[in-house]
Write a protein that binds this ligand. Sequence first.
Ligand SMILES: C[S@@+](CC[C@H](N)C(=O)[O-])C[C@H]1O[C@@H](n2cnc3c(N)ncnc32)[C@H](O)[C@@H]1O
Length: 490
Amino acid sequence: MAKKEVSTEQRVEQLKALLPEAFSEGTLNFERLASTLGMDFSAPSHESYGLQWVGKQEAQNTAKTPSTTVLHTTDGVEETPPSDKDILIEGDNLEALKILSDTHAGKVDVIYIDPPYNTGQDFVYLDNFRESPSSYLKQLDHRHHKQEQARQLEGRYHSRWLSMMYPRLSLARDLLSEKGVLFCSIDDHECHNLRHLLDEIFGSQHFVGMLIWERKRKGSHLSKQLTKKTEYIFVYAKQSKGLKLYGEPASAQETQPLVKKISNEGTLRFPKESVRTRLKDQSLAPGVYGKGNSQVELLEETSIKDGGFTEDIVLRGRFIWTQERVDLEVSRGGHFTMHTKRLQPRVLKSEASRGFKALSTLLLKEVGTNEDATEEVAERLGLPVDSHLIGYPKPLGLIETLLRAATYWKKDAVVLDFFAGTGTTGEAIWSLNQEDGGTRRFILVQWPEETGDEIYPTISSLTAARLRIVAQRYDKGDEDVERYILCTRE
Ligand SMILES: C[S@@+](CC[C@H](N)C(=O)[O-])C[C@H]1O[C@@H](n2cnc3c(N)ncnc32)[C@H](O)[C@@H]1O
């Protein structure tokens, strides 16, 4: 009986059923196959670790080609943007970044971006960078074996998005100051690629961390696998060493002991008004109080009346602080406690000395959710909350948290957002300045993508409108935002 012919496809299916772990996104991965079988796989020597995609070289070149555009004011006058104003640029951010590299290289302190996530959905703005198979294959070397082409074809889902992001992130890094920091929002679709890409552009040693933001209060009931309630924000620095990101003040309730058995002996004088006690009224004679290594010696008589000391308290003991440090703390409004007869001094630091807790990697729904953001934008623009114009903006509280963290010690920071959308970053800057008297400035870039709406015909007109409407809330006026349009060079 003749043997039944088995096609290659059928064999691949058989192999897939037998060794599913040897396949990556549907295609046989020789390295995995070898490791599954416990065999060595030696890759050809030209291969190396790193992110590759079709079009990478072209994307790298794109970052280097000079801009073909200039900036026009809304009156049509060609102008270089001023360095002391808030700026909104309407046009493609690639060209805008090139123009900014002439005026702002090394001068931007913080970049926040929220690029399209490549979800494949059709928002008002383009969020689908997946190429058609035929167009993608045209770019591949036709000498490649069919299977190799099939393997590479997988990459079409990500290649265009990576090619869009690469030159923009590369130009953005050059705009950052030496202490500059970048925040980039993303979700599961491109998170893995974005981390590789940012590692390549910033250097993996400048990866600061990945924040998780709780973007929804409730998950979808439709999902039978995972209730997705979070997305991510990558943080990269131009120089990660020395970077500080403010989260919140250190706890105001916690006291710290001043006696430590390994410290050298010394004498400290505590001004009577700076010490709180729960001891009842009594006189305290000079002598040793407490036991063992933590004992202290009271050198001068003092007494307690109506819950306070009547004389300064002079103690000898193993203290971790010097008299200068005690005096400084008193001048800053800090307090000490001696609540028991062991007379162990503890310090309740002033706000100035307390320090801070760094930004948490977990940003809970309290900073605002997608729903909050949609309501915020709708309220400002007078649109219904289910308006298709809004897409997925970010809540004000989230952006404020990130920008507060990065500009807490630089309240005159220049902040750039080149996927500005509804302009949340602009409003967050004004809100932070109002909160702490800062003079931060923003540069927003937004493509004038058509919306089909009569009142807000483009997304950038919506960005401008939001800024105009909220300006009064922050004591700003129309003249505070310089609006520019990117035009092709004549
Ligand atoms: C996810 S939205 C940003 C939302 C924003 N964070 C907010 O809170 O409203 C991404 C934005 O980037 C814009 N965009 C996409 N490609 C662009 C490009 N090449 N140049 C300028 N803007 C672009 C889109 O039009 C969209 O408004």
